[in-house]
Design a protein around this ligand. Structure first.
Ligand SMILES: NC(=O)c1ccc[n+]([C@@H]2O[C@H](COP(=O)([O-])OP(=O)(O)OC[C@H]3O[C@@H](n4cnc5c(N)ncnc54)[C@H](O)[C@@H]3O)[C@@H](O)[C@H]2O)c1
Length: 332
């Protein structure tokens, strides 16, 4: 089976993937600079290399001494707003940095790469639900940089035979049902953790609702929330497909195929926690499409992926369990 290198494995989604990989009997090495994420999110048997994922000398050392056959590339800068105000940093890390990793992987005979891509590669939807044939016209540098790397993967596959799976997540949410790993960023911009942390922080915390005049049922943005445990499972399926040799290189959507508005999420948070989050209506954010809902039919058919925790209730309940027991994240 060989070993698996996970970049960004100490982060929110990465830590759920690493745990699942260990459960399936794999040997995992994580490279993470801990700019986000935490060593405490990792199982004891996993080696953490605390470094930038694009550090060629560290990568050469690592590939030289380990039997790494597959890479799951999660580490990235992933804030849409920051990418608009500072595209240079996003191109440097998400494209130039990722190409350094790809070069190292190619030179050290890595067989396959699973890449964390995003619904932001599509831009404004022209049809719903969004399938993988939908045009890719990102509306921000974050989506552009993810798409650019997907394209690099495709050309590398053609030229050098390095196989890949690019997984385009919609809105990752929820936490491990055990309640011991979950989402906690220094600067939180995602809706569900913001609402839950707002409740825990107390009365004075108000969460803005960006845009209340969209052409949706209640005027707020509609998104497809997918449980982080289901995302983790999709990576195991992708890895298996690469190992079995039937997968040359392809992109897959990961979502539940059902959209929830911001107000519906606020209501669910109120129901699960028994406390009403404080929100205020705010102007739209630049580049936010009104509705993003996935068709994940391709992942079901070609990867055998089936979400196990598809309801918004399960997503918010597991997230609440984690936040309530870890009000200061891994420092709690
Ligand atoms: N959260 C979502 O809804 C979502 C949706 C679509 C795609 N994604 C993608 O999933 C991936 C993981 O996202 P997440 O939500 O878990 O974020 P996260 O910030 O929790 O995890 C990212 C991890 O990468 C590490 N990292 C960042 N830059 C690094 C560098 N230069 N060198 C080494 N490590 C570095 C961070 O320390 C962190 O542990 C990203 O690639 C993101 O673009 C996330």
């Amino acid at each position: 089976m060989g070993e698996v290198l996970v970049t960004g494995g100490a982060g929110y989604i990465g830590s759920h993937i690493v745990r699942r990989l260990v459960e399936t009997g794999r040997t995992v090495v994580v490279i993470d600079n801990l700019s986000e994420g935490s060593e405490k999110a990792l199982p004891g048997e996993v080696e953490l290399v605390r470094s930038d994922f694009a550090d060629r000398a560290r990568l050469d050392e690592l590939f030289g001494k380990r039997e790494i056959r597959h890479v799951i590339h999660m580490a990235a800068l992933a804030l849409v707003g920051d990418s608009v105000s500072d595209p240079a940093t996003y191109y440097r890390q998400n494209v130039v940095g990722s190409l350094a990793l790809l070069e190292a992987a190619r030179e050290h005979q890595v067989e396959g790469i699973v890449f964390s891509s995003t619904a932001a590669t599509y831009g404004n939807p022209v049809s719903l639900p969004i399938d993988e044939e939908h045009p890719t016209r990102p509306t921000n540098p974050y989506g552009e940089t993810k798409l650019a790397f997907e394209r690099a993967l495709s050309w590398y596959r053609n030229a050098y035979g390095l196989r890949y799976v690019a997984l385009r997540y919609f809105n990752a949410a929820g936490a491990h049902p055990d309640g011991d790993i979950g989402e906690f960023r220094r600067r939180e911009t995602h809706l569900i953790p913001r609402l839950l942390r707002g409740i825990l922080a107390g009365e004075e915390t108000v969460v803005p609702i960006f845009g209340t005049d969209y052409p949706t049922t209640d005027g707020t943005c509609v998104r497809d929330y997918v449980h982080v445990v289901d995302l983790a499972e999709a990576h195991v399926h992708a890895l298996r497909a690469l190992e079995q040799g039937g997968m040359e290189g392809e992109s897959f959507n990961l979502g539940n195929g059902e959209g929830f508005s911001v107000r519906e999420v606020v209501d669910m948070v109120g129901k699960v926690t028994g406390r009403r989050p404080k929100t205020e209506d705010a102007p739209r954010r630049a580049g936010d499409p009104p509705i993003l809902v996935a068709s994940a039919a391709r992942a079901r058919e070609r990867l055998g992926w089936q979400p196990r925790l598809p309801t918004l209730g399960e997503i918010v309940q597991t997230a609440w369990k984690w936040h309530e027991s870890h009000p200061r994240g891994y420092e709690s």
